[in-house]
Design a protein around this ligand. Structure first.
Ligand SMILES: [Zn+2]
Length: 263
């Protein structure tokens, strides 16, 4: 059994324990995601050292500016992101997480939109996977993609829409990545969205340290818990865990164009 966590925010401080726990849970890969220039530099360093110490794991980094941080982003920051991608073309697999958050709206809508558009352009320019954060902003998100075009590989991270948003995301060619939220009692619409999504578009993630799945809800999340969410989704889909894990593993390899490994 090999699970893959398509989206987490690990830090150097906890990584030793995190790797022990993930391997015990049958998790053999993860994507570490930045939310600012400094955290992006940190995840690239972290993924580099994990790759060296644990070559049997499959890992990658995603670098970008979260909509919460869009307000303080500068043109220089975007240039720095380009440089990070150029400097490490093998380990840096994607751009993000980026997008729109109109629930918290920590940065103004206009600025969020501009910084999102710049990162869509960056993903296209370097042929990298785009990792999208969208909250209370579906219409604006779809509009921006209509205007900018959709990068070849685009992931709706922590998908919390319903079947309608799932259909629209699938129609534009995106992958849907499901987090622990899908296990929450009040997330029936997300479960319906999952059931409306073709198996080859489904990814599983933790978004650790946030969003621990039931029955761990409320505790700090960790990469190993992707096995909990993955098992929940396998049961929901009617597949056995091994098959579901195998499919979502391969989907993650495809979505980030990771070098395949013999397991
Ligand atoms: Zn995240």
């Amino acid at each position: 059994m090999s699970w893959f966590d398509s989206h987490a925010h690990p830090t150097q401080a906890g990584i030793g324990y995190e790797i022990l726990a993930m391997r015990a849970a049958g998790v053999e890969g993860f994507i570490a995601v930045g939310t600012s220039v400094s955290s992006s530099e940190a995840v690239v360093d972290l993924v580099g050292s994990v790759h060296e110490s644990f070559p049997e794991l499959t890992v990658g980094a995603v670098v970008g500016i979260h909509p919460h941080d869009a307000g303080s982003a500068t043109n220089e920051d975007l240039e720095t992101l380009s440089r990070i991608i150029e400097d490490d073309p093998v380990l840096v697999r994607g751009v993000g997480e980026c997008g729109l958050d109109l629930f918290y709206e920590y940065s103004s809508r206009e600025v969020q939109e501009e910084v999102f558009r710049s990162q869509i352009a960056l993903a296209k320019r370097f042929d990298r996977t785009l990792v999208v954060h969208t909250r209370d902003a579906w219409e604006d998100t779809f509009r921006i993609f209509e205007e900018e075009g959709v990068p070849d590989r685009t992931i709706m991270h922590c998908f919390v829409g319903g079947p309608d948003e799932a259909q629209r995301s699938i129609a534009m060619g995106a992958y849907l990545s499901f987090s622990g939220i899908v296990t929450f009692k009040n997330a029936e619409n997300v479960r319906q969205a999952f059931l409306a999504t073709p198996l080859d578009r489904i990814l599983v993630e933790t978004d650790a340290p946030y969003l621990a799945p039931v029955p761990l809800r409320g505790r700090p999340n960790s990469i190993g818990n992707v096995a909990v969410t993955g098992s929940f989704l396998a049961e929901l889909s009617g597949l056995n865990r091994l098959d579901f894990a195998r499919h979502t593993w391969q989907n993650t390899i495809d979505a980030f164009q990771l070098a395949p490994k013999t397991l």
